[in-house]
Design a protein around this ligand. Structure first.
Ligand SMILES: *Cc1c(COP(=O)(O)O)cnc(C)c1O
Length: 391
């Protein structure tokens, strides 16, 4: 098979929802991907923060393949020890009380939104259904999570969107205060806006928002779909902000490359979801849970987490000295790069030609390398990036 044939079939048979780089990736090991024609690439993307342990990690492959050979799916009409293992680990690692398992970030966020509205309805009755998110946020592609996304460019074509969202300016506590009227049941935000351009929130702002929420029994919900699962050097990013959210959502890196999402809630919310109030056919699928169990047991140890922080600092310090780099943002191995020429898209495309897979976010270059990438692979990738920036 040749790349050009694949490209032709893609154009003919797939809906054109994605702009793609010129490579068809078919295999990989660690942080090295291989395309259909045998060319190798250093991977700074981990499939948009998904392959936490890189490509085809031995332990992960074993967990997934053994599970596939044992039982691949049972419905949620029966008990599953794999589901309970994942939920128990997530609760024990975070202090949250209950978990709902689903298949994606958007679905985890839908669950959070439903919990917020039902908690408020059960306790206060109708009229307190509004959820405040942040301007420039990203929460998913379903009609409701698009509505939750605080970017006008996402609020088009698919009318009518779900009602009941309002958008506050990030890092502006006065604006948040003004938006938290009696119709609000929850604040929902990313601590580092990923798709929005790797924009971290200020710690003082986040603490102040938490305080406002507590005063009014407004739920504080954190979208950890991108920032979670050790990406920032904490198991979940909120742990580095010293807050106690009521709800967090997780997906992307949780399964290390298979689709799984989770919504975690605190003890106060443990009874909100009741039989019949929520569900999903594939949620808690055994193969997905076997993968998540492996990821959870590997990336959450103190040694692993401090390595993520060290590698993140190493990458950032090298980037800060690189010609063509104007600013470096982010935490751990979630890194955004403002380039001097503001030409991230162009650089990312050229990097592919030069053997490096790299992401963009808005006008930034974005790095989400596999969490277990080696220093040698980091150096190789950064050398390609430096060279590409000078071309
Ligand atoms: C990727 C992402 C989502 C959407 O996740 P999907 O799995 O694509 O539905 C939601 N929130 C944030 C912060 C994300 O980065």
């Amino acid at each position: 098979m040749l790349f050009e044939d694949i490209k032709k079939d893609e154009e003919q048979y797939l809906m054109h929802t994605y702009g793609r780089f010129s490579a068809a990736i078919v295999s990989g090991k660690g942080a090295v991907a291989k395309d259909v024609e045998g060319r190798e690439y250093i991977d700074f993307t981990s499939g948009i923060g998904v392959n936490s342990l890189g490509y085809c990690d031995d332990g992960w492959v074993k967990a997934v393949s053994q599970q596939a050979a044992s039982i691949q799916h049972i419905s949620n009409l029966y008990y599953s020890p794999l589901q309970t293992q994942v939920a128990k680990k997530l609760c024990q690692l975070t202090g949250f009380d209950k978990v709902f398992l689903c298949n994606s970030g958007a679905e985890a966020n839908e669950c959070a939104i439903k919990i917020a509205r039902k908690y408020s309805f059960d306790k206060f009755g109708e009229g307190r259904q509004k959820i405040v998110t942040l301007v420039n946020s990203f929460h998913g592609r379903t009609v409701t999570t698009l509505a939750a996304t605080g970017q006008d460019s996402f609020h088009n074509f698919f009318f009518p969107f779900t009602e009941g969202f309002d958008y506050a300016q990030a890092n502006n506590i006065d604006d948040m205060k003004a938006k938290l009227d009696d119709s609000v049941c929850a604040v929902f935000m990313e601590l580092i806006q990923g798709e929005g351009g790797v924009m971290p929130l200020d710690e003082e702002y986040v603490s102040a928002v938490e305080k406002l929420c507590r005063e009014k029994d407004i739920l504080l919900m954190i979208d950890e779909v991108q920032t979670g699962m050790a990406r920032t050097g904490e198991i979940y990013c909120y742990q580095g902000y010293n807050i106690e959210p009521d709800v967090i959502t997780s997906a992307k890196g949780l399964g290390g490359g298979v689709p799984i999402g989770a919504c975690l809630c605190s003890k106060k919310l443990a009874g909100v979801m009741t039989p019949g109030s929520h569900g999903t056919t594939f949620g808690g699928n055994p193969i997905a849970c076997a993968a998540a169990n492996e990821v959870l047991s590997r990336v959450t140890t103190p040694e692993f987490l401090s390595e993520v922080k060290e590698k993140g600092s190493y990458i950032r310090s090298k980037l800060e000295k690189m010609t063509g780099v104007k600013e470096v943002r982010g935490r751990g191995m979630m890194i955004g790069i403002v380039t001097e020429k503001d030409n991230a898209k162009e650089i990312a495309a050229k990097c592919v030609e030069n053997g490096l897979l790299i992401l963009t976010a808005k006008t930034l270059l974005r790095l989400l390398p596999p969490l277990n990438i080696t220093y040698e692979e980091i150096d190789k990738g950064l050398a390609i990036l430096a060279e590409t920036m000078q071309q």
